[in-house]
Design a protein around this ligand. Structure first.
Ligand SMILES: Cc1cc2nc3c(=O)[nH]c(=O)nc-3n(C[C@H](O)[C@H](O)[C@H](O)COP(=O)(O)OP(=O)(O)OC[C@H]3O[C@@H](n4cnc5c(N)ncnc54)[C@H](O)[C@@H]3O)c2cc1C
Length: 420
């Protein structure tokens, strides 16, 4: 049976970053990837997706994107970036190998893979922050000609004729909804609590403001904000998400999807509340940015027009609380409702009753088992391209430290008899 010090599972950005840092420590390792490097960027997203941060920021520190730094790289370029990055240090990535199970044993782990068994001292799960599509059980499967999760959406032509009900107003939902509307579809979008930071304000991108205002570094979502999604996009060169503007262009905004009864979907009467909370978040970023500029005496021109909030459109003042799917001609219900974990293949006692990893900054309760790339693993940036690199460094350091202890025990065992 093959034996190796460390196995990293998954070769997305998290796995590539892990491999770089393990290589830096000289730790023998292999990265097992069931598909190809950065497969989720290649085929697990819709065709027109671009990064939601500019290229100067959404990258690893040691390599720039091959495009204008202020541009938003398309998904193919992001995948190509990680492939090229892995080549730079000859990352030991084996593609087409799926890890079926990881079982802790005496002082190590047994991995069953599609290519045989491996024994390892350490295992790092780098299988992504967004693993299994989550669809709330609200609407029966046969209620519309097609129901799909955003992870299966590719482009408007893929959907049957008719209107589309998009459930979810986060980054995925709002971008897909706008693309469908521009392709000539009638679009309804069900919106819950959300933040919608300005794309740019006073000549600086949102990622810059998150950085200087210390928000990337936050280690937990603000109190009560755990279920607040973020609507942000790099599409069309990057622009602030403004739901009222989308309504002016023909999209129908709805509150949270609440239930279903005999062909009719019902919505909570919370649309206006959710929009106002989104505005409050938007304006609070402008306030904090203004205060930062004043405090640091920066020469960044004022932008008072950014504070303009359009009037409420009719669908906000007279909200639709019930939608007859047939009457509205809904051909597709598209669930942009996020993801859940899928760690069933790890047979270790380090998960809560909902299958979420129990860990401290990615160090699990099972010695030798680590996670990297989890949302909020150590900070807001953890599941983003730039942030995962730093978390991977921390995890590689922990593995090196533990390997150091292991090595010392060996030396002590040899020296002990001499002392006696
Ligand atoms: C629509 C969308 C847009 C996003 N846009 C951005 C953005 O613009 N900027 C940004 O910074 N972040 C963005 N993110 C967040 C994040 O950067 C991506 O989700 C990214 O793909 C996460 O990288 P990862 O390496 O942690 O996981 P993944 O990319 O999901 O990689 C995990 C890998 O593990 C493999 N794998 C899983 N299970 C096994 C197994 N059992 N055996 C072997 N291999 C396995 C998978 O095949 C996959 O290749 C976006 C996320 C989504 C959903």
């Amino acid at each position: 049976m093959e034996k190796i010090d460390t196995v990293v599972v998954g070769a997305g950005q998290a796995g590539v970053a892990m491999s770089e840092h393990l290589t830096g420590h000289g730790i023998p390792h292999v990265v097992l990837e069931r598909d190809r490097i950065a497969e989720r960027w290649r085929t697990g997203r819709w065709d027109s997706l671009v990064a939601n941060g500019p290229a100067w920021h959404d990258r690893f520190p040691n390599m720039e994107f091959d495009c204008d730094g202020d541009a938003f790289a398309d998904k193919e370029s992001v995948a190509a970036y990680f492939e090229a990055y892995a080549k730079r240090f000859d990352a030991p990535i084996r593609t087409g190998v799926e890890v079926k199970s990881v079982t802790p044993g005496d002082g190590g782990f047994l991995l069953e893979t599609s290519d045989g068994r491996i024994e390892a001292n350490n295992v790092v799960a780098a299988t992504g922050p967004f693993q299994k599509p989550a669809i709330p059980p609200v609407i029966p499967a046969d209620a519309a000609p097609l129901q799909m999760h955003s992870n299966a959406y590719r482009n408007p032509a893929q959907l049957p004729d008719g209107a589309v009900l998009v459930v979810g107003g986060g980054s995925s939902g709002v971008q897909i909804a706008e693309e469908l509307m521009k392709a000539g579809r009638r679009v309804y979008i069900s919106i819950g609590p959300h933040d919608r930071p300005p794309r740019r304000y006073r000549q600086r991108d949102n990622v810059w403001w998150l950085g200087v205002l210390g928000k990337w570094a936050a280690n937990t979502p603000g109190p009560g904000a755990e279920h607040v999604t973020i609507a942000v996009s790099g599409a069309e060169g990057g622009k602030t998400i403004d739901f009222r503007r989308l309504a002016q262009q023909g999209m129908t905004l709805l509150g949270m999807t609440a239930g279903y009864d005999e062909g009719k979907v019902t919505f909570a009467d919370d649309l206006r509340t959710n929009l106002i909370a989104g505005d409050r978040n938007y304006l609070s970023v402008l306030d904090e940015a203004d205060a930062y500029i004043a405090k640091h005496g920066l020469d960044l021109p004022p932008e008072p027009e950014a504070r303009y909030i359009p009037e409420d459109p009719d669908c906000v003042t007279n909200p639709v609380l019930e939608l007859d799917l047939e009457e509205a001609g809904i051909g597709t219900i598209l669930w942009a409702t996020g993801y859940q974990f899928d760690f069933g293949w790890i047979r270790a006692d380090t998960f809560d009753d909902r299958g979420r990893p129990l860990h401290e900054r990615g160090v699990s309760r099972e010695p030798g088992l680590y996670f990297v790339g989890l949302p909020w693993q150590s900070h807001r940036g953890s599941s983003f391209i730039w942030g995962v690199w730093h978390d991977a460094k921390f995890i590689a350091d922990q593995i090196a430290i533990q390997n150091g202890y292991r090595a010392y025990e060996g030396q002590a065992a040899i020296r002990m008899p001499q002392a006696v």
